[in-house]
Design a protein around this ligand. Sequence first.
Ligand code: MN3
Length: 211
Amino acid sequence: MFTLPKLPYEYSALSPYINVDIQRLHYSAHHATYVKNLNVALEKNPEWQTKTIEEIITSLDKLPDDIKTAVRNSAGGHYNHSLFWQMMTPKKGLGQEPSGTLLGKIQCSFGDLNTFKEKFGQAAVKIFGSGWEWLVLDDKEIKLMNTSNQDNPLTQGKIPLLCLDVWEHAYYLQYFNKRSDYVEAWWNIVNWDDVAHRLDEAIKKQLTRFS
Ligand code: MN3
């Protein structure tokens, strides 16, 4: 049984950048529904119930045909939202700017932080329909990537470092059709400490694998 992880802050904590109504609905209705649907889809498949969410996401092609689409959508939805909550923080001033290895990788791939933000933002605005914009670790390099619906970079062997939900449910109640305003505001609540930690862990894992 998968369970809804506890939100690391109050519904109102990300305000004014993400208002309380969006946050409440997004977590308690949208994310909760992905968890519920995932459990329903796996009900008759006990061998899949004991796997971790990462194991499921990286072996979607091995799922029984009758539940493949449902699991792809709901497992992705559960995993993506669990990451998304952690990658935001209401604590202004704490981990608000990348430094160290993360900053080095950003400079290497994008030149500087502002160029990275600009490119990430432009790519997020351009996603047609529902999906996610990502910063991923692909081998040794960090790259932008986008996925449709609830697909995840992990399925394609890339490590998610930062993600932004651009489904309309993530911003419409506050920003209406202005997705670019939502993206711009969102930078104020990015949890850079979490992104840096994710990068460090991914590099550690790569080193163990190759040594
Ligand atoms: Mn969402």
